[in-house]
Design a protein around this ligand. Structure first.
Ligand code: KIV
Ligand code: NA
Length: 278
């Protein structure tokens, strides 16, 4: 596979070819995302819930993101690797945000970073992009603001609230974002925002008119089913088939049919050796 860069993403956008994004938190998933020809592999902070079983993303540190991002990078070499800045790592000051973005690049092998927020993050985005680090924005439903938003709910349902999201999008574009995630907004809102921008929007729960789509891989595999939002489509029931495989292993070990004495077993050098050993 040819290496995907931010230029590739810009070129897909110009050709109106939808941009595909999936998450990965470990080596095997990074490998799968790459082999499936996905354009962008996102090491999202959703890893807190999906890979670590935490109730939300708030406990994640830059070190956690680096640990997972390094593992993903070993498997995912062609897709553009974007790594989420965890909450608290970019809000204190643009300087601290830049320092942490560099850590994700140098230690976590990120090729771009993503951070949540609108116009209030513009100065920070500018600082990071001017240092040569591509930034992906994230507007609409921003899960790191769960407490302030009063839970995970659709954003921009009124014209006035949609207007604010559009202003955020324009501010992020102006600040230098090469693209932005638009999460959980009504389809007409995402469509208008997309048409007003000259950088690609990556939708999740934002309808079909964005420049690309992102899903959480374990959600769409049907593996992580503790909470499946309306916008998530499952492309397989791997959770069930994986559980089935485990049940089969347990049963076969219990009834002695695994391992098979022929196909899964090593022999000694010769029957004579067996005799001597016994
Ligand atoms: O953390 C994540 O996986 C994300 C995507 C859902 C956009 O931010
Ligand atoms: Na995220």
């Amino acid at each position: 596979r040819k290496k995907v860069t931010v230029n590739t993403i810009a070129s897909l956008y110009r050709k109106k070819s939808p941009i595909t994004v999936l998450t990965a938190y470990d080596y095997p998933t990074g490998l799968l995302v790459d082999r499936g020809h996905c354009d962008i592999c996102l090491v999202g902070d959703s890893l807190a819930m999906v890979a670590l079983g935490l109730p939300n993303t708030s406990a994640l540190t830059v070190d956690d993101m680096i640990y997972h991002s390094k593992a993903v990078a070993r498997g995912c070499t062609a897709a553009l690797r974007v790594v989420d800045m965890p909450t608290g790592s970019f809000q204190i000051s643009p300087e601290e945000a830049l320092r942490n973005a560099f850590r994700l690049m140098k230690e976590g092998e990120a090729e771009a970073v993503k951070l949540e927020g609108g116009a209030e993050m513009a100065e920070t985005v500018k600082r990071i992009t001017q240092a040569g680090i591509p930034v992906m924005g994230h507007i609409g439903l921003t899960p790191q603001h769960e407490n302030a938003l009063g839970g995970f709910r659709v954003q921009g349902k009124t014209a006035k609230k949609a207007e604010k999201i559009l202003r955020d999008a324009l501010a992020l574009q102006e600040a230098g974002c090469f693209s932005m995630v638009v999460e959980c907004v009504p389809s007409p809102v995402a469509e208008t925002i997309t048409s007003m921008l000259s950088v690609p929007t990556i939708g999740i729960g934002a309808g079909p008119k964005t420049s690309g789509q992102v899903l959480v891989t374990m959600d769409m595999f049907g593996v992580f089913d503790r909470f499946v939002p309306k916008f998530c489509k499952t492309y397989g029931d791997f959770g069930q088939s994986m559980t089935g495989a485990i049940e089969k292993f347990v049963q076969e070990v219990k009834d002695g049919s695994f391992p098979d004495p022929e196909s899964h077993t090593y022999a000694m050098a010769s029957p004579k050796e067996v005799e001597e050993w016994a």
